[in-house]
Write a protein that binds this ligand. Sequence first.
Ligand SMILES: C[S@@+](CC[C@H](N)C(=O)[O-])C[C@H]1O[C@@H](n2cnc3c(N)ncnc32)[C@H](O)[C@@H]1O
Length: 253
Amino acid sequence: MECKYKYNEATVRFYDVVYEDFGHLKKGLEFYSQEIGKASGAVLEVGAGTGRILIPALRQGADIYGIDQSELMIEKLKGKLDPAEHKRISLQDARSFKLEKKFKLIISPFRVFQHLLTTEDQLLALCRIYDHLDAGGYFIFDLFRPGLIRLVNEVKDSLEFEGEYEKGKKLKRYYSVKPDYLNQVQNVEFRFVWDEDGEEKTSTYAFPMRYYFRFEVEHLIARSGFKLEHIYGDFEKHELNSKSNEFVIVCRK
Ligand SMILES: C[S@@+](CC[C@H](N)C(=O)[O-])C[C@H]1O[C@@H](n2cnc3c(N)ncnc32)[C@H](O)[C@@H]1O
């Protein structure tokens, strides 16, 4: 099972700094925190990353678990947790994971499913998620809604983040995007530039991001056996409209 998401060191190292102030991610954190708060039992985060959602939930008393297929992300997440909580986290792929527990709620925040490039992989992951939910349990995830203008325009080395990763140490992230219409993929490249030990360092990380259209999502969910409860247009649960930037998808077993 090929995986194209072995995040490189710079991507993992600077993940929290870069995403700390991304506007829609803050809304996403509030939204998922509320959903976790409403769940009447164990919760699983598929693609838990560095714990952006999982750690605050755990602090609020949620019985939350996480899987991720990236060793570096898992290492970083575990580094933030009390060793007694490490049993909650495992290095597993969404397409093949197996846990002893079942969950009331499974979430996959911040475009994890856009890392699954083929319908086969998407259905494998949906099937593993379905099997790990209690009857009546919810699966909630999000994708970006593909804006047609953004899809056709290439982006070349655009400055997306400029700040400090530690006091007095500068970090910039540039991004480039090349569309691949046939495979419904945006080929993204991040270029990090930062100051360290009196030198300017750089690192690039390239990866494909699959985009989904609305009715494709509906068909996919139907094929997986889930009942599609709703697709919202943002994390404040506004209805989808032609200007929506997100698909926030709520499915029920
Ligand atoms: C953009 S990050 C989101 C992390 C976290 N959910 C958040 O909201 O910050 C995507 C995460 O999905 C993970 N991922 C990608 N493909 C995966 C797969 N097939 N199985 C499990 N995790 C995967 C990546 O390693 C990465 O940690």
